[in-house]
Design a protein around this ligand. Structure first.
Ligand SMILES: O=C(CO)[C@H](O)[C@H](O)COP(=O)(O)O
Length: 219
């Protein structure tokens, strides 16, 4: 199976986690696109979804699935989203699709984060994937210097403006051995909107698609 087929496989597997009769949190990315398509084809009745991006909102609406504002719910049982990397503890790097801020907001509403990913995303240590960080543009140069003091090389993602009007720095060369401490530290640097380490909002479940089918990891 190629990577696209694995994404479709885990997208379908995630249907088992859709809470009956409840609003669902929906992430962003090509794997989530597969999940949204599978949800629409499944005939499962969901009262609506809280979406983490304009991209997912458009896809949900195209399928006739109602999209609610985050402010319209007080909580969600389940949030389903992809990842750029996930480790053996459920900590993740996210934001390859530049939606990390809204993804963290929706994840924060949810009791259970279900990560859907192909097996290439499972890593020993986070950091090989360039770490996305949403920033306020004015702070780009000084944040670049801060990352360089941690051994990271930050580059502005050219031509990308997030749904929130922010910019994205991609930071190469990091080895994130303590994701909770790293996230807490970087989050409080002035000019950082959101760091793409999801440690406080880690996955509780990961549906990992590989040659042998879907493996369910729980953390
Ligand atoms: O964090 C994300 C978007 O901001 C995505 O979940 C992540 O980039 C994985 O995407 P894909 O499913 O396309 O591999």
């Amino acid at each position: 199976m190629n990577q696209d087929q694995l994404k479709q496989l885990v997208g379908r597997a995630a249907l088992d986690y859709v809470p009956a009769g409840q609003v669902l949190g929906v992430g962003t990315g090509s794997t989530v696109d597969c999940f949204i398509d599978a949800l629409a084809a499944s005939g499962l009745s969901v009262p609506g979804a809280v979406s983490s991006s304009e991209r997912s909102t458009q896809r949900l609406l195209k399928h006739g699935i109602r999209v609610l504002d985050a402010a319209e719910v007080t909580g969600l049982a389940v949030y389903i989203d992809g990842a750029d990397e996930i480790d053996g503890r459920g900590y993740m790097v996210k934001g390859g699709g530049a939606a990390l801020t809204r993804e963290k907001i929706v994840a924060d509403l949810a009791d259970t984060f279900v990560c859907i990913a192909d097996a290439s995303k499972l890593v020993q240590t986070l950091g090989a994937f360039p770490l996305p960080v949403e920033i306020i543009p004015m702070a780009a140069a000084q944040l670049t210097r801060r990352f360089s003091r941690l051994g990271g090389e930050a580059r502005l993602r050219e031509g990308v403006v997030t749904d929130n009007g922010g910019h994205i720095l991609d930071v190469r060369g990091l080895s994130i051995t303590d994701p909770l401490a790293f996230e807490a530290e970087v989050n409080q640097w002035p000019g950082v909107v959101t760091v793409g380490v999801f440690a406080r909002h880690k996955a509780q479940v990961c549906l990992l698609g590989g040659a042998d089918g879907v493996k369910t990891l729980t953390f």
